[in-house]
Design a protein around this ligand. Structure first.
Ligand code: SF4
Length: 379
């Protein structure tokens, strides 16, 4: 049976961070029940589209899905397991704000079935957290990781680097604290400035919020050196894991697998009869709910990808991971081959590695991945 993952987007946040350009809305009272009902109905629609599948992951992302009640998390998890056949190592993950992490909440999430927690730490430095407009302090983040690693089997921490007042020492301090916390997975995000955010507006007024690309590259090298020296494997450009602690849900994206995209603004991918469909759900919660209630599903856009677009996506996602892509799979999707001469040249310059069927970027190649992919796909 083909695999499927389930992504559920919970779009509400207690406070909107000034750098965030996700599909998010300020949390209000009475938003939970109608949206959860729509999500459950939409899952039934996706089950009709996908047919029977082996369910390998359920991921609650956002926004801040740790605002959801444990009862609704449990209901969603149970429904997913009734609709699709759960794999024996089904991953069930929740993204959580440090402020929402208490012993009581962790116990309730565990009972609901959550076995992986991804904690939005960003930094442990109070001045950095203030700069980033976060609604928690460093002590809360430390305590959240301490509690979470005691109760949840697999815990990941998110860190941000590359904001203007961050020094290499501050970054090193954040990395050391996260390493000492005992998490088995670390996701690192370079601060990027998106125009429509408050940081984007500030930059327009000449106030820099992010460091330049050279400094950012230096900070990223520091991240890689520190985490790999501590036994973390950089299994994807920005993601580091101890043995067996990789995010199976995210691997599904990077390996070109299928996933149902449920909830406002969620993206999905579904392959049926050799055709790959890309979907986007209605962005605003009220439009998503109205769509589910009138049409039975929340999708606002869906298109069948051309073999070329599908193959490009396969390369752009797959080259991010350590194992890279299968050349045979690329051929199946595109009916074409990647340019042998370009591959040879980049192998020679130490940016690409090719075995019989696998093509991957070397650590040096990963630093210039966009250029590499662009070159591979320009033929
Ligand atoms: S909590 Fe996360 S999703 Fe919500 S605004 Fe901040 S960065 Fe964005």
């Amino acid at each position: 049976m083909d695999k499927i993952g389930l992504y559920i987007h919970w779009p509400y946040c207690a406070r909107i961070c000034p750098y965030c350009d996700f599909n998010i809305y300020k949390n209000k009272a009475d938003t939970e029940t109608p949206l959860v009902q729509a999500i459950l109905l939409d899952m039934h629609y996706w089950r009709e589209m996908s047919g029977p599948r082996n369910l390998v992951s359920i991921h609650f992302g956002g926004g801040t899905p740790s605002l959801l009640s444990a009862a609704n998390l449990q209901k969603t998890i149970e429904t997913a397991q009734e609709l699709w056949s759960p794999s024996s190592d089904l991953e069930i993950g929740l993204e959580a704000n440090p402020k929402d992490i208490t012993e009581k909440a962790l116990a309730a999430w565990c009972d609901a079935g959550i076995e992986r927690l991804s904690v939005g730490v960003q930094s442990f430095d109070d001045s950095a957290l203030q700069f980033l407009g976060r609604d928690h302090d460093g002590q809360t983040a430390k305590r959240a990781l301490e509690l979470a690693t005691n109760i949840i089997p697999r815990v990941s921490a998110d860190l941000i680097y590359g904001f203007t007042n961050q020094t290499p020492n501050m970054l090193q301090n954040d990395l050391q604290i996260v390493l000492d916390s005992g998490v088995s997975h670390i996701s690192t995000y370079q601060l990027t400035i998106e125009q429509k955010t408050a940081f984007g507006q500030a930059e327009k007024r000449g106030i820099n919020k992010a460091v330049g690309s050279d400094t950012s590259a230096d900070l990223f090298e520091q991240v890689i050196a520190t985490l790999t020296a501590s036994g973390f494997n950089q299994y994807e450009v920005s993601n580091f894991a101890k043995k067996n602690a990789q995010s199976r849900h995210n691997l599904l994206y990077w390996q070109g697998g299928d996933y149902a995209g449920i909830g406002p603004g969620a993206h999905g991918r579904l392959t049926v009869d050799g055709k790959r469909r890309a979907t986007i759900a209605a962005l605003k919660p009220k439009d998503y709910i109205a769509s589910v209630n009138s049409k039975g599903h929340g999708m606002a856009e869906q298109e069948t990808l051309s073999p070329k677009s599908w193959a490009e996506e396969y390369v752009l996602m797959g080259m991010r991971i350590l194992g890279g892509i299968s050349l045979a799979r690329y051929g199946q999707i595109s009916g074409n081959t990647l340019p042998a001469e370009t591959i040879r040249q980049y192998e020679k310059s130490g940016l690409l590695k090719k075995t019989e069927d696998q093509l991957s970027a070397t650590p040096k190649g990963r630093m210039v991945l966009d250029t590499l992919c662009h070159e591979l796909l320009s033929y």
